[in-house]
Design a protein around this ligand. Structure first.
Ligand code: ATP
Ligand code: ATP
Length: 590
């Protein structure tokens, strides 16, 4: 059976296959984009063996996408620049092959998957590739059904891609490449918008393809927990390969990875800090900790729980009240039903849930982007019915999932000034607000730059600044860390935390569970258009089986602590609460 994106499997992969001719070989590859100031890849030597599963890690701009483009021939055929060295794919230099010849052998799921989708319905999108390569109608039908089942989109065949949720679109992009049955499958950050179980599922699908069809896989990623199942992990830094080895070698160096802008693996990081031998997975980490006598100090843990309770008492009056909310889209789909939720002033809330569960639909009701088809939403005591987005915008600021859906002005200043100008703010007051907002997001002095020439992380911060400039009491962020690397994710969330501390009420939608654990005070889980769980983050993260039913999984550190009998949400909490007792006693207890 093919595993599906919704079913992660936990076992480790077997080793690479031996000595057959390599699937791809880069030798001495240096590539500089036309107009680029420095090479995007520098002297890269890399061999991919048949059936191997390789994960590429690296900070934003390290060269991951460029490497992917070298494998499918976009470089040198479409993306112009200077290529030195040679890229051989299935024994032939990519210089000597046409891109459409390569396209049948090498499938690429683009990082910007929305740009990849162009058909009028889901089925046609997935059929397009095989149709292009002259596959028989019957076989196409079979492949479409298989690819949609693999990514969990069965039943949505006739849906227009534009009406899919973010994660559903990403699943569709993956399916439309799977249906080509490529021999080398390259996925450039394919899990950014997937729910946690879906992320794990991509890696399970990858492993299965390799085992079943001897497909070779390359996945460029920012998320490190899943990478542990690969055969090899390659780390890029500033265009160079700085590590290439099995996960047990590369992922067990947390500080080294962090210094390269890569997220350290939770289990490895915790054990390293405690002076224990590193581990890659939760079970191994728990065994090591127990054997060495580490346990949760009940007194220190009680203090954490008490601090949670004190914080919960400090919130102000209800600022968003959702009552019996229902939303039915024009195509008849019931996306929300019977949703009740109260957010108090000063809260810091994460909204999580499976792809398509209704998170974006829910938060779009809070600033009037969507109107209830039944029920009511009140903001600061007043029903949203009859209020315009502009009116609501004074109280509720909304940062879109994709900053490029929001940004339109030619300079950072005009972008950030747009909101307050709309509310009639001008002159010195306007300049003051823009300066203040840019200072808050760390972009002071960049007023005259073109936002579209900035990095994704910077554009994301411009988008936040443009919301801040209207000084809303509530800030809603739809997946604020998507597509950002580890350092940028931290910088963004530290900014959001500062906004929370400055008194803004924060509500953010996310799939990144370590971000939820470390930052959110309260976690709301949406499942099938309803609220499935809702409570202080520590309490929600303790309930792993129920989270799993909603396709969610706490990050490694939380799962490790849950097994030790308490729920710890960050490395700092672990270091503050874990104590080394008598290891003999601890072993007996275990
Ligand atoms: N079309 C282009 N023209 C000029 N420079 C480019 C182009 N595309 C990428 N670059 C530059 O090449 C370098 C490598 O970029 P690349 O997109 O390969 O990195 P990445 O590791 O995939 O980053 P991310 O995680 O942000 O996707 C960066 O310095 C980037 O600014
Ligand atoms: N414009 C639309 N027309 C019809 N159906 C829609 C539309 N937008 C969303 N949907 C459907 O409504 C449901 C909820 O979508 P929503 O975008 O709220 O999910 P989500 O939880 O935010 O998902 P994701 O995690 O993938 O971003 C999904 O089944 C989606 O396909």
């Amino acid at each position: 059976m093919i595993p599906q994106l919704n079913e992660g499997t936990g076992s480790l992969a077997a080793g690479p296959e031996g000595r057959r001719a390599p699937v791809a070989a880069l030798s001495g590859v240096t590539f500089t984009y036309r107009g680029g100031r420095k090479p995007a890849l520098r002297d890269v030597n890399l061999t991919l063996n048949p059936g191997e599963f390789v994960v590429i890690l690296g900070a934003s701009g390290a060269g991951k996408s460029t490497l992917c483009y070298c494998l499918n021939g976009l470089i040198p055929h479409f993306l112009r620049g200077h290529l030195e060295g040679d890229v051989q794919v299935f024994g032939v230099s990519t210089r000597g092959r046409r891109v459409n010849q390569l396209a049948e052998l090498v499938g690429l799921v683009f990082q910007d998957f929305e740009a990849q989708l162009f058909s009028t319905n889901v089925e046609l999108e997935v059929a397009f590739g095989p149709e292009n390569f002259g596959v028989s109608v019957e076989e196409i039908r079979r492949r479409v059904a298989e690819a949609l089942a693999t990514v969990g989109l069965t039943g949505l065949e006739r849906r227009e891609p534009a009406t899919l949720s973010g994660g559903q679109k990403q699943r569709l992009a993956i399916a439309s490449v799977l249906s080509i049955h490529p021999r080398l499958l390259v996925m450039d950050e394919p899990t950014t918008d997937l729910d946690p179980v879906g992320k794990e599922g991509v890696f399970a699908v990858a492993r299965d393809l390799r085992a079943r069809d001897d497909v070779t896989l390359v996945i460029a990623e920012h998320e490190v927990e899943e990478a542990a199942v690969a055969d090899r992990v390659v780390v890029l830094e500033d265009g160079r390969v700085v590590a290439d080895g099995p996960p047990s070698e590369v992922l067990t160096r947390p500080d080294w990875l962090e210094a390269r802008g890569v997220q350290p693996l939770g289990a490895a990081q915790l054990l390293a800090r405690l002076g224990e031998e590193p581990a890659l997975d939760v079970e191994e980490a728990v065994r090591r900790l127990r054997a060495a006598g580490w346990a949760i100090d009940p007194e220190a843990y009680r203090r954490l729980v008490e601090a949670d309770a004190r914080r919960a008492e400090s919130y102000g009056e209800p600022i968003i009240e959702v009552r019996d909310l229902e939303h039915r889209y024009a195509n008849g789909l019931l996306a929300l039903a019977g949703v009740n939720l109260t957010i108090r002033s000063g809260e810091f809330v994460a909204v999580v849930g499976q792809n398509g569960s209704g998170k974006t639909t829910l938060v779009k009701h809070m600033n009037g982007l969507l109107s209830p088809t039944a029920g009511e939403v009140r903001v600061a005591g007043v029903s949203t019915a009859g209020q315009s987005v502009l009116q609501l915008g004074r109280t509720v600021g909304y940062v879109f999932q994709n900053p490029d859906h929001q940004i339109f002005a030619e300079t950072v200043f005009d972008e950030v000034a747009f909101g307050p100008r709309n509310h009639g703010v001008t002159g010195a007051e306007l300049r003051q607000r823009v300066t203040e907002a840019l200072e808050a997001v760390g972009l002071a002095g960049r007023e005259q730059e073109d936002p579209f020439a900035m990095t994704k992380g910077e554009r994301q911060r411009v988008a936040v600044a443009s919301v801040l400039a209207t000084r809303p009491r509530v800030i809603i962020l739809d997946e604020p860390t998507t597509g950002l690397d580890y350092r940028e994710q931290r910088r963004m969330m530290d900014l959001v935390r500062r906004l929370s501390e400055a008194g803004h009420t924060i509500l953010f939608v996310t799939h990144t569970m370590w971000v939820v654990a470390e930052y959110a005070h309260r976690t709301v889980v949406v499942r099938d258009g309803r609220i499935w769980m809702d409570g202080p983050t520590r309490q929600v993260m303790a309930r792993e089986p129920e989270l799993l039913e909603a396709h969610l999984r706490p990050p490694q550190l939380v799962r490790i602590s849950n097994r030790l009998g308490g729920t710890l949400l960050s490395l700092d909490e672990c270091l503050a609460v874990l104590r080394r007792g008598d290891s003999r006693l601890a072993r007996e207890e275990a």
